[in-house]
Design a protein around this ligand. Sequence first.
Ligand code: ZN
Length: 289
Amino acid sequence: MQHLPYRGRLAPSPTGLLHVGHACTFWTAYQRALAHNGTLVLRNEDLDPQRSKAEFAQAMMEDLAWLGIRWQEGPDLGGRFTPYKQSLRRELYLDAWRKLRDGGFIYPCSCSRRDLITSAAAPNDADDEPVYPGRCRNKIGEARNFDVPRGVNWRFPVPDGEPIVFDDLRQGRQSFVAGKDFGDFVVWRRDDVPAYQLAVVADDSAMEITEVVRGADLLKSTARQLLLIRALRFPVPAYYHCDLVRDHAGVRLAKRHDALGLRALREQGRTPADVLAMCRPGQADCTTQ
Ligand SMILES: [Zn+2]
């Protein structure tokens, strides 16, 4: 994709306030877009109606601007691929769901949460969902009976045993084995909300994103997304996964780590430069270009 003009994106979820970890990753995305003389897109990933809040969306835009990050397309600026708010892009996701259904790439799963808890293998790491045991895979032929996705979970059957390999621009070569490191993942939720994996892949393709910069906690999601990209015949973007920022105790920053929220730091009189200095040393290469 070298010949295409660089298009990167900032894709925060308005489910809380941004913290230092977000600042480091988004700053890196900004620096990489600048270095490539590219375009940076801000996309409000407000898909989850239970957890997304308009006030957090407003706060994240203010906090990003306070850090000095500038974008060229977004909910506030518009652009070629408007709307830049996932809750308004449902038709695009439905279109991807229909393609997956028609291509025989997904199946309806009616397992209850309890079924999954009792039968699933434990996840390989604590952050991740358990590997789905595949009990509804035989329903793949029923997919075409559905005009709309509502009412069941829709899963993508992964090619068991296939290594999904990609070269990450920051983390180097990555390899995850389908069916072992991750199982059949949900692309559309029972509550009629498109799943993160599907929405991101559909949006990155529609918005002509050439490089995805995000945190290393999403490396395994990238493996899943590559399978969706292959099924949907979308172009494959480049990937740059930033190192995760940890606090002094070595604990990864989570959204609820209020002490290192950008708002709190700002109120304590810290400057954007102070915040970006906190990205080091763990993420030095991610913040300086
Ligand atoms: Zn099932």
